[in-house]
Design a protein around this ligand. Structure first.
Ligand code: ADE
Length: 227
C-alpha cells in the first residue's frame, strides 16, 4: 500500500516515519509514504499557491494549477484521490477498512479557506472528514487516515495485537483489560480472568463488550440494530 500526501508541510507529514508502528512499517516496506510539496508546482516566482476568492469573501483559496500538477506527478491508473475536508464522508471503522483495500491513496491536504471547487469536482474521488469540527489544514486528518488504515495492512501490527479484538471492529467497544499486579492499591483483577477457563473468559469479555458499549456509546448499539 502506498500513500502520497500532497501538502504545504511535507516535513510535518514525514514525521510519521519516525513514530511507533507506522514508522517501523515504513522502514520494513509494508507501507510506502510519499510527501509532495504542492509549492514545488507553483508557477509563481514567489512560490505562491493561493489567491483571492472570486465573488469576494474573506481569506484566500488554494489555486487549482499547482494542485492539479501535484496530483499528476504521482497519479497511477489504480490511484484514488482523497481530499481531506470537513465536508467529506465522516471517517469510521467501515470506511477505514474499505480504504485499506486500495493500493494507492493520494491524500490532498487543503489550507486557507479551502481549494478551488473544480479540483474537487473533476480530480477528487472522495472527500473525507475526520469529524464534525474544523482543523487548520488537512495534514493531521491525512495522518489519522494513514494510521488507521495501516493497522489493517498485513504485517503492520505485531502478532500480539489483533485488530479483530479492538474497539469498533465488530461495532462494539473493547472489553476491559488488566495486567500484573493482581492487586493494585487494593483493587483486584476480576476473578474470572485468573480462572484459566477460556470459555468463561470469552463469555465474560463478550458480555463486558456489550455492557461497556451500552454505557459509553449506546448510539453504536442502535446503529448495529438498525443495520
Ligand atoms: N480539514 C479541516 N477540517 C477537517 C476535518 N474535520 N476533516 C478532514 N479534513 C479537514
Amino acid at each position: 500500500m502506498r500513500f502520497d500526501v500532497l501538502t504545504l508541510f511535507p516535513e510535518f507529514v514525514l514525521g510519521l516515519q519516525s513514530y511507533g508502528l507506522i514508522g517501523k512499517a515504513i522502514e520494513a516496506g509494508r507501507i510506502e509514504l510519499g510527501s509532495i510539496d504542492i509549492r514545488n508546482f507553483s508557477r509563481d516566482k514567489h512560490r505562491r499557491v493561493d489567491d483571492a476568492i472570486f465573488g469576494g469573501g474573506p481569506g484566500m483559496l488554494m489555486t487549482p494549477e499547482p494542485i492539479y500538477e501535484s496530483i499528476q506527478s504521482c497519479r497511477r491508473a489504480e490511484s484514488k484521490v482523497l481530499f481531506l475536508s470537513p465536508q467529506g464522508r465522516v471517517l469510521d471503522q467501515a470506511l477505514v477498512q474499505e480504504l485499506a483495500q486500495e493500493e494507492h491513496l493520494i491524500l490532498l491536504c487543503g489550507h486557507y479557506e479551502g481549494i478551488d471547487q473544480r479540483i474537487i469536482d473533476h480530480y477528487v474521488d472522495m472527500e473525507v472528514s475526520i469529524g464534525d469540527y474544523v482543523l487548520t489544514g488537512g495534514e493531521i486528518p491525512a495522518m489519522v487516515l494513514i494510521d488507521s488504515i495501516s493497522r489493517f495492512i498485513d504485517g503492520v501490527l505485531g502478532n500480539e495485537e489483533s485488530v479483530t479484538e479492538d474497539s469498533h471492529y465488530d461495532g462494539l467497544l473493547k472489553y476491559p483489560v488488566y495486567t500484573r499486579p493482581r492487586v493494585f492499591q487494593g483493587h483486584e483483577v476480576p476473578e474470572v480472568l485468573l480462572s484459566g477457563d477460556h470459555g468463561r473468559i470469552e463469555a465474560w469479555r463478550q458480555e463486558q463488550s456489550l455492557e461497556v458499549t451500552r454505557q459509553k456509546r449506546p448510539d453504536l448499539l442502535k446503529k448495529s440494530s438498525d443495520n
